[in-house]
Design a protein around this ligand. Structure first.
Ligand code: GDP
Length: 325
C-alpha cells in the first residue's frame, strides 16, 4: 500500500487530496499542527467523510527536528507540501510569520526529506501569485516572477528551493503552480467564498450588503477537486517537473459577484459596496494560466466550469445558513 504524507491536510486542498488518495487506496498521513480545538480543525475532512481514514501525526513546519522524526516514522512514498500562511492580505500584516511558515517551512521540509526520506516523491504547492505583475497575457512555467506581496515572495523562494534540490540532490520534486481554486471548503477570507457566502446570507435576509475590495482584479478560478488531481498526476510521471494548473479563463471579481447573485436571483449591484478596508497596499491586476504542459503531459483537464462551481458553493452556503437559522 502506497503511503502519502500531506502537510496542510486540514485546509481545502488537503481535504480534497486526502479524499482522492484514500479512494486510490493510499495510506494517508496528515501533519497536524495542534493549537487546541483539533476537532474544529478537522471540519473539512469530516465534510468529505475522511476524518477516520487520515492518520494524524503531530509536527510543525517551523520545527525541523519534528519533521525529521516524522519522516523517519512514516517513511512516505509521496509528500504533498500544502501547508502555508496562504492569505495574501494577511501577509502584509504578518510578513515575518508568512516567511517563517511559507518559505522557511518549505526549506525545513526539503531538508527533512533530504536527510530522512530522500527517495520520496515531493509535491510543492506553488502559486500563481508569484507571477504578480505579469508581462505576458497568459502565464506558463517559463514566465518570469514579479511577486507583489510577502506571501508571493515567500512562495517564490520555496519554488526555487524545490528546483535547487531537484538539480543538486536528485530530489523527485514537482512544483504545481496553482492558480486560484475554490470549493465549498474554501476559507471565508478568500474572495469567491466571501461572495458566495454573502449572496446566500443576503438572499435569506440575514444581511443587507456585502463590503468588497478591488472589483477590477481578474483571476483564473478552478475547482479544488480538479486541482488536487493534477498534484497527484505530477508525482506519477517518470520525471519530476513544474506545472501550471489553471483553467485558462480569467474572470473579474465583478463577474463573480454577478454570477453568484444571479444564482439567487438578485442584482449584485444593489448589494455589493466597495469598502477601502478590503483594498490591499499592492494588488495583482490579472492572472490567467496557460496549462498546456499539464494538459499534454499529464492529460489533465479541469472538469468543473466556473458557473457550476459558483452554483455548488452558493448552494452549500445556503444550506449551512438555513441549518443555522
Ligand atoms: P489571492 O488571489 O490569493 O489574493 O486570493 P483572494 O481570494 O484573497 O483575492 C483575489 C482577488 O480578489 C484580489 O485581487 C483581491 O484584491 C480581490 N478582492 C476584492 N475584494 C476582496 C475581498 O473583499 N476579499 C478578498 N479576499 N479579496 C478581495
Amino acid at each position: 500500500m502506497a503511503r502519502a504524507l500531506i502537510t496542510g491536510v486540514t485546509g481545502q486542498d488537503g481535504a480534497y487530496l486526502a479524499a482522492l488518495l484514500i479512494e486510490k487506496g493510499y495510506e494517508v498521513y496528515g501533519l497536524l499542527h495542534r493549537h487546541g480545538g483539533s476537532e474544529a480543525v478537522q471540519d473539512r475532512l469530516r465534510r468529505l467523510n475522511c476524518t477516520g481514514s487520515v492518520r494524524m501525526v503531530d509536527g510543525n513546519l517551523i520545527d525541523l527536528s519534528s519533521l525529521i522524526r516524522l519522516l523517519q516514522k512514516v517513511q512516505p512514498d509521496e509528500i504533498y507540501n500544502l501547508a502555508a500562511q496562504s492569505f495574501v492580505r494577511m501577509s502584509w500584516d504578518q510578513p515575518l510569520l508568512t516567511t517563517q511558515v511559507t518559505a522557511i517551512g518549505t526549506a525545513n521540509m526539503l531538508e527533512a526529506v533530504r536527510i530522512a526520506s530522500p527517495t520520496a516523491r515531493y509535491f510543492q504547492a506553488s502559486s500563481s501569485e508569484m507571477f504578480g505583475r505579469a508581462e505576458t497575457q497568459a502565464q506558463n512555467e517559463d514566465t518570469l516572477f514579479h511577486p507583489r506581496s510577502p506571501y508571493a515572495s515567500a512562495k517564490v523562494f520555496a519554488h526555487c528551493l524545490v528546483q535547487n534540490y531537484r538539480d543538486a540532490f536528485g530530489l523527485f520534486g514537482c512544483n504545481g503552480i496553482m492558480f486560484n481554486h475554490d470549493s465549498p471548503l474554501r476559507g471565508i477570507e478568500f474572495v469567491l467564498r466571501k461572495i458566495t457566502d454573502g449572496a446566500a446570507r443576503i438572499s435569506l435576509g440575514l444581511a443587507s450588503e456585502l463590503p468588497m475590495g478591488n472589483l477590477d482584479a481578474r483571476r483564473d478560478f478552478g475547482h479544488a477537486r480538479d486541482y488536487v488531481r493534477a498534484m497527484w498526476l505530477m508525482l506519477q510521471q517518470d520525471k519530476a517537473d513544474d506545472y501550471v494548473v489553471a483553467t485558462g479563463r480569467a474572470a473579474s471579481i465583478r463577474d463573480l459577484c454577478r454570477i453568484a447573485f444571479a444564482h439567487v436571483k438578485l442584482d449584485w449591484e444593489a448589494f455589493v459596496k466597495v469598502d477601502a478596508a478590503f483594498l490591499r497596499p499592492a494588488d495583482v491586476d490579472v492572472t490567467v494560466g496557460d496549462a498546456t504542459r499539464a494538459r499534454t503531459r499529464l492529460g489533465w483537464v479541469p472538469q468543473t466550469s466556473l458557473e457550476d462551481m459558483i452554483a455548488e458553493m452558493v448552494e452549500a452556503d445556503l444550506k449551512r445558513w438555513r441549518a443555522n437559522a
